[in-house]
Design a protein. Structure first.
Lengths: 118, 117
């Protein structure tokens, strides 16, 4: 149980285009999902916390107009990178928190999406 | 504010050696959770362990063991008889129970472990 999927697993796009990444909780409902970004050989940095039915909470330094997050249902959150530029090339990872789980703070991670902007 | 430090950025060992990955954390909360994740080259994070702040018992799972010491704010991870398949980046992470952002995780910088045959 507690499987999280991401789509696509990788994407290559031209500079200036927008890219949408989907994060789905497959066998549980997630009221809270998280989006992380990981540059090569670096750690995961939290970008935003996505709450179903409300606006996402962005971390300091993350442009909310550039990284649009929509958590429209209990099993789906999307991250749209608008007008992507080469510096947005990164590994984007989502996670979903299991509500009321035994560990209370346990998150399950998706497999990640590698974005390359040419 | 919470912070996790993994001082070892890269470790190289020969197969069958034991290796310990260090993790030191900072938090003002009395209730918190500590995690270890493995990230193989494929990129997917693999959950290894979760420990809450009230449980200082060390844990062993096969070749893996964890040493949680609140007195030194450390949560070290040891792999005994390392294998080539253990080669990966390992992340230590912390989550504070009082965090208003829905239990966000703060990750350490990661330790790249290379196990040579």
């Amino acid at each position: 149980g507690a499987v999280v999927s991401q789509h696509p697993s990788w994407v290559i796009c031209k500079s200036g285009t927008s890219v949408k990444i989907e994060c789905r909780s497959l066998d549980f409902q997630a009221t809270t999902m998280f989006w992380y970004r990981q540059f090569p050989k670096q750690s995961l940095m939290l970008m935003a916390t996505s709450n179903e039915g409300s606006k996402a909470t962005y971390e300091q330094g993350v442009e909310k107009d550039k990284f649009l997050i929509n958590h429209a249902s209990l099993t789906l959150s999307t991250l749209t990178v608008t007008s992507a530029h080469p510096e947005d090339s990164s590994f984007y990872i989502c996670s979903a928190r299991v509500p009321g789980g035994a560990g209370n703070n346990e998150q399950f991670f998706g497999p990640g999406t590698r974005l390359t902007v040419l | 504010a919470q912070k996790v430090t993994q001082a070892q950025t890269e470790i190289s060992v020969v197969e069958k050696e034991d290796v310990t990955l260090d993790c030191v954390y900072e938090t003002r909360d009395t209730t918190y959770y500590l995690f270890w994740y493995k990230q193989p080259p494929s990129g997917e994070l693999v959950f290894l362990i979760r420990r809450n702040s009230f449980d200082e018992q060390n844990e062993i799972s096969g070749r893996y063991s964890w040493n949680f010491q609140k007195s030194t704010s450390s949560f070290n991870f040891t792999i005994t008889a390392s294998q080539v398949v253990d080669s990966a980046v390992y992340f230590c992470a912390l989550s504070e129970a009082s965090n208003n952002a829905g239990n966000m995780l703060t990750f350490g910088g990661g330790t790249r472990l290379m196990v040579k045959p």
